[in-house]
Ligand binder design. Structure first.
Ligand code: ATP
Length: 325
C-alpha cells in the first residue's frame, strides 16, 4: 500500500548484479526501506561502492530492481519507465553535455527530447539560463565552460521538463569550494520552490545544508536514517576535540587519551577516542575539559581544535570508516 503523498517508496529494495566473467554475482543494494514525501529533500550518504548510484538508477527507472518493491510517483519503474522518466530530472555523475553545441542549444536539444513545443522550450531555456547564472554564456560552446558552469548547465538541462523530483548523483564532486557554494545556493533555491531533491553525496556539509532527511548506507544496507541533527544527537557526542600530533607521539597519545576518556565514563558514557591517519579525535561532552586533560598529561599536540560533532563523526561511529577514503 503506497502512503499518500509518498513520491518514492522502497520496501526490501534489492539489486544484485549478475556474475560477469570470473566475478561472482554482487549484491549492491541489500534490502533497503525508505519513504520519501513530497517536498522533502532526501540524501543518500555513504562511502564509495555503498550502493548509492545503483539506488538512484533504480529510482530513475534506468536499472531494473532485483527484489523487493519500488514505487516512484505511484508508478512501477519496471512497467512504467517512460512515464516516470518524463516526470524526473536526472543529474548523473557524468554530464553527457554536447561539447560542440552552445549552452542554449544543449537546453533546446533536451527540450526536444521531451517532445516540448518550440515556444515552450525557448521560454524555459531563457528562464533556466537565468537560474543557472549562465545568461552571458548562452551563445558559447560548452567546451569553453568551467567545471562549475558545466554542472549548473547540467542541472538547468535536467529541469527543462519541470520535473516533480530532481535526482542528483554527487552534484558537487570535483568542484572547487566557490563553485560548490554557488551550486548549493541554486539547489537551495529549487528546494524553496518546492522541487523535491534526492541526492547522493560523500560530503557531510552538503548533506547538512541540503537534506531534510538522510539514509546512511554502507555495503548496500541502511545503517541509520533521520534528519542530520537527529543523527548527530543520536550517534555522536556533542563535542569533538580534534588533535594533531607528531607521528611518533600520535599512537601513544591516543592510547593515553583512550584510558583517560574511559576513566571518565561515569558522566560521559559516549566518550571515546578515534585514531585516524592524520588526527586523533576525542569524543566528549566537554571539549575544553578534555583539552585541559591533554595538557595535564603533558601531551603536546601540534594543533588542538574543539568543534561540534558533524555527520562525518556519525559516519565514523557507525562504520568505523571515514566517508572520503
Ligand atoms: N553494472 C555493474 N555490474 C556489476 N557491479 C556493479 C555495477 N555497477 C556497480 N557495481 C558495483 O556495485 C557496488 C555499488 O556501486 P554504486 O555505484 O551503486 O556505489 P556508490 O555508493 O554510488 O559509489 P560511488 O560513491 O563510488 O559512486 C560497487 O561495488 C560497484 O562496483
Amino acid at each position: 500500500m503506497v502512503s499518500e503523498d509518498a513520491l518514492v517508496e522502497a520496501r526490501s529494495l534489492t539489486k544484485v548484479y549478475p556474475p560477469r566473467g570470473s566475478t561472482a554475482e554482487f549484491r549492491a543494494v541489500d534490502g533497503i526501506d525508505f519513504t520519501l514525501q513530497r517536498g522533502e529533500s532526501f540524501g543518500l550518504l555513504g562511502p564509495n561502492g555503498a550502493g548509492k548510484s545503483t539506488t538512484m538508477r533504480m529510482i530513475a527507472a534506468t536499472s531494473p530492481i532485483s527484489g523487493g518493491t519500488l514505487r516512484v510517483l505511484g508508478m512501477d519503474p519496471m512497467r512504467q519507465g517512460p512515464e516516470i522518466r518524463a516526470r524526473l530530472g536526472v543529474v548523473t555523475q557524468d554530464d553527457h553535455l554536447d561539447n560542440e553545441l552552445t549552452v542554449r542549444e544543449n537546453l533546446h536539444i533536451y527540450g526536444r527530447y521531451f517532445g516540448l513545443p518550440r515556444a515552450v522550450i525557448r521560454d524555459r531555456a531563457t528562464r533556466l539560463l537565468d537560474f543557472a547564472q549562465l545568461q552571458e554564456k548562452a551563445g558559447d560552446q560548452v567546451e569553453t565552460l568551467s567545471g562549475g558552469m558545466r554542472r549548473r548547465l547540467t542541472i538547468a538541462r535536467s529541469l527543462i521538463n519541470e520535473p516533480d523530483i530532481l535526482l542528483l548523483d554527487e552534484p558537487t564532486t570535483g568542484l572547487d569550494p566557490q563553485a560548490r557554494h554557488i551550486l548549493w545556493d541554486r539547489l537551495f533555491q529549487l528546494k524553496q520552490q518546492g522541487v523535491t531533491l534526492i541526492l547522493t553525496t560523500h560530503y557531510m556539509d552538503e548533506a547538512e545544508q541540503l537534506c531534510d532527511r538522510l539514509i546512511v548506507v554502507d555495503h548496500g544496507r541502511i545503517v541509520a536514517q533521520g534528519s542530520p541533527q537527529e543523527l548527530i544527537t543520536r550517534y555522536a557526542t556533542r563535542e569533538v576535540l580534534e588533535l594533531r600530533f607528531r607521528l611518533d607521539e600520535r599512537d601513544i597519545a591516543a592510547e593515553k587519551l583512550g584510558t583517560s576518556v574511559l576513566a571518565t565514563g561515569g558522566t560521559d558514557t559516549d566518550g571515546r577516542v578515534e585514531l585516524l591517519p592524520d588526527r586523533v579525535l576525542v569524543y566528549t561532552a566537554d571539549g575544553e575539559s578534555a583539552l585541559a586533560t591533554v595538557h595535564a598529561m603533558s601531551l603536546t599536540p601540534l594543533t588542538a581544535l574543539v568543534r561540534r560533532a558533524t555527520l562525518e563523526d556519525v559516519f565514523l561511529k557507525l562504520t568505523g570508516r571515514s566517508l572520503i577514503e
